[in-house]
Design a protein around this ligand. Structure first.
Ligand SMILES: CC(C)(COP(=O)(O)OP(=O)(O)OC[C@H]1O[C@@H](n2cnc3c(N)ncnc32)[C@H](O)[C@@H]1OP(=O)(O)O)[C@@H](O)C(=O)NCCC(=O)NCCS
Length: 221
């Protein structure tokens, strides 16, 4: 019996999540998701047309959509960690259950744990003994090294590399192509800019850019 699923978010990442679910369904026919459609409070006309072209329904906003059945699962296709956390709170309050989606081309090392709501896209490599919290997003081609821990609502954008033994605290966004060197800690709600190389621990809420990374606006030598 397939599991009924809604995807929250009609934007680019929401539709990438649909790709992950479609690939999962082909690889795991006995554990299929039945996608009821996409929930989004204010989708653009363009994204609505894109959804329609793929044959998915827009089911309404998070408040207006009433699940037709009990036991509904959800995945959040939204890259921004804070927005994702708000949506998760809203979905949990409605009694929905976070699903977990892993693209079949992703590799997951031994002993690694994946929290509920986490989405792992195509070509991702998760090494051994990694801990991924709830609602973590690992975008295509990102890499997480051995013994690393990514707390709840962390996003790693395409090609981002989190090295071994790194601690990425909750709600951090690691930008596309950025590297966090081994053993560092990235503080909660920090933002690592695209292509940055993190060589030192990062304070919570700080935005850093560049190689080596420095706080945004203080990049001059
Ligand atoms: C770092 C970041 C958050 C800054 O965003 P922002 O606050 O909107 O900054 P702006 O675009 O206004 O740029 C501000 C300054 O920072 C510089 N800058 C922005 N991003 C940078 C980056 N990743 N590396 C180096 N410098 C960067 C800009 O050139 C600009 O410099 P200037 O003031 O000398 O002209 C953002 O650019 C970023 O890298 N986000 C990661 C998102 C990502 O991965 N996107 C890909 C999705 S697939």
């Amino acid at each position: 019996m397939p599991t009924d699923l809604v995807v929250v978010g009609a934007g680019g990442f929401g539709r990438e999540v649909l790709d992950v679910v479609e690939a999962w369904n082909i690889a795991h026919p006995d554990e299929r998701f039945n996608v009821l459609g996409v929930v989004d409070d204010s989708p653009s006309e363009l994204n609505l047309r894109r959804l329609e072209r793929r044959g998915y329904k827009h089911l309404g906003g998070t408040d207006s959509f009433t699940a037709p059945v009990d036991g509904i699962n959800y995945l959040i296709g939204v890259g921004n960690p804070d927005i994702r956390a708000r949506i998760a709170e809203c979905c949990d309050a409605r009694g929905w259950t976070p699903a977990t989606a892993v693209h079949p081309s992703a590799s997951i090392g031994s002993g690694s744990r994946i929290g509920a709501g986490t989405i792992i896209c195509g070509g991702v490599q998760v090494s051994t003994n990694v801990r991924l919290g709830r609602h973590v997003n690992l975008n295509p081609g990102s890499v997480v090294g051995h013994d690393a821990a990514l707390e709840d609502f962390v996003s790693v954008n395409p090609g981002g590399i989190v090295s071994g033994d790194v601690l990425v605290q909750e709600r951090v966004l690691v930008g596309a192509g950025a590297v966090v060197l081994q053993g560092r800690t990235v503080g909660a709600s920090a933002l690592v800019g695209a292509s940055a190389c993190v060589t030192k621990d990062i304070e919570p809420k700080l935005t850093v850019v560049g190689v080596p990374s420095r706080p945004l606006g203080r990049n001059e030598k």
